[in-house]
Design a protein around this ligand. Sequence first.
Ligand code: SAT
Ligand code: MN
Length: 605
Amino acid sequence: MTATSVTRTAPAHVPPALAQWVEEMASLTRPNSIVWCDGSDEERQGLIDRMIDAGTLTRLNPELRPNSYLARSNPSDVARVESRTFICTDEEDGAGPTNNWADPASMRETLHGLFDGAMKGRTMYVMPFAMGPVGGALTRYGVQVTDSPYVVLSTGVMTRMGAAPLAQIAAGAPWVPAAHTVGAPLEPGQEDVAWPCNDTKYIVQFPSTREIWSYGSAYGGNAILAKKAFALRIATALGHDEGWLAAHMLLMRVTDPEGRSRHVAAGFPSACGKTNFAMMRPAVDGWKVETLGDDISWIGPDSDGRLRAINPEAGFFGVAPGTSTDTNPVAMETLVSDTVFTNVALTDDGDVWWEGMTKEPPAHLIDWQGNDWTPESGTPAAHPNARFTVGAQHCPTIADNWDDPDGVVLDAIVFGGRRKTQIPLVAQAYDWKHGVLMGASLASEQTAAAEGPVGKLRRDPLAMLPFSGIHMADHFADWLRVGGQARDVPAVFHVNWFRRDAEGNILWPGFGENIRVLKWALGRLDGSATAERTPFGWLPGEGEIDYADAGVSDEQWRRLMALDAEGLAEEAEDMSEYLDGFGDRVPAELRSALHLRQRALDSES
Ligand code: SAT
Ligand code: MN
């Protein structure tokens, strides 16, 4: 660590406001040097070499897993920390009851104290990035500074990063500043560790000034600020002002045997199989599913008044445990090369392993903390939140229009949760308003793994519980408004792959068989599939879904689709109380859609 002077390598055409912000960040955090990232292969290779030297990355066996690396995080830095995530709206009630609010002025003071000298002994990387195809109408730009080369490598996979977005910013595109440090300054002569971080963590969004500040973590959404912090939290605020929606939704193209393609966005709470659905291999011949995104969609009206969507990201940051050739063969094929794995186990021949990848675990592994592991160890070999980071272009089912700057016209929206009881396999909303109610009512039953009573409903409105940068009720209103102003809205559906019978057996096989549900849903768009009106929504008409071919008996089908008016009425009452918690900002239209459902259920029971 010899260099103590700041090197300035700003490329030509850096706009003054950006140069000034970088200057301010440098004088606050006092790094040894500043590197402007260009997003090139050479830059990436240099970072990788540097991280291998530092012990941050281990090169995997190039014959088994070419161009791929393993990172092991500090055991205290393994996931997003919602308790340390703050939304600093000017008014306290601007953030709403689902967020941690903090006063912007005092938070700024806290952050300035923490960032003061925080990059000493390190390099500050400046990463201009685009969320969405560079130049696209829905695309937005950001610049993150960070002292973590791991975060640079990850951001290079998850976004379009470097020279091209910088050119857009230079041409006047607005940009969101995102300041990140791992909070581990190095004194002269002090040796670095493989995964620097700090026990104190802050992930802070300032929606009105469109700023992000993150301190102390290098893991996932805490540190790759383009992802949840920008593409969902700041983006909900941008969308609120500009008339579009940031959604926690996968995006896919479904093509029927006649060659007709439709685009579908789908939102599910975590642990409901979003990545599996986005990469589905259909069980019905002639149908094709292609992937445009697995996590985030930005949805907005085009000049014709139709709703279009893009995936703002450029890669997948997916949970590894549970991924296998049975559950998600497409993901397994995506990961054969060019992947950064974090907190998975290392095999003796230099490949990766995680729980669920194979039925039999290997006889010996190095676990995610770097210790010897055998099946007798009694601990997970991979951390449950171990991740793979891989570019979208490596996915064998990536759609050829996934990075079309115009995005794709949305034909259908699907919401879903994990529900053992009550909720039928599929239902169609009567209209957009009813569809927004379905999305706002999303909930999943808690599993035994989570704290709290098993089976208790955890509401996760629009699958956005930890991801809205504005008051959730205002976000509901944005959904109603964006759809209400569109000339043509996508049809909205609600699905539940997880219903069980009285004995606890799962009723629907899921995975590739889910195409049967999509087939009916898309048939509704042109009126070729019939439906029956119920208090929950439109249910598939008799014989519309060929469940027998999915191995589902008549009796199982009856249970899958059964509506228990009394149970659903209780559920509606629970939803009504839940909405009370958002106060008088809840849009009247949402209330009226819920009243309509309650009245219909009352007259049934
Ligand atoms: O860590 S991330 O926020 O990127 C992933 C997730 O928790 O969904
Ligand atoms: Mn997600």
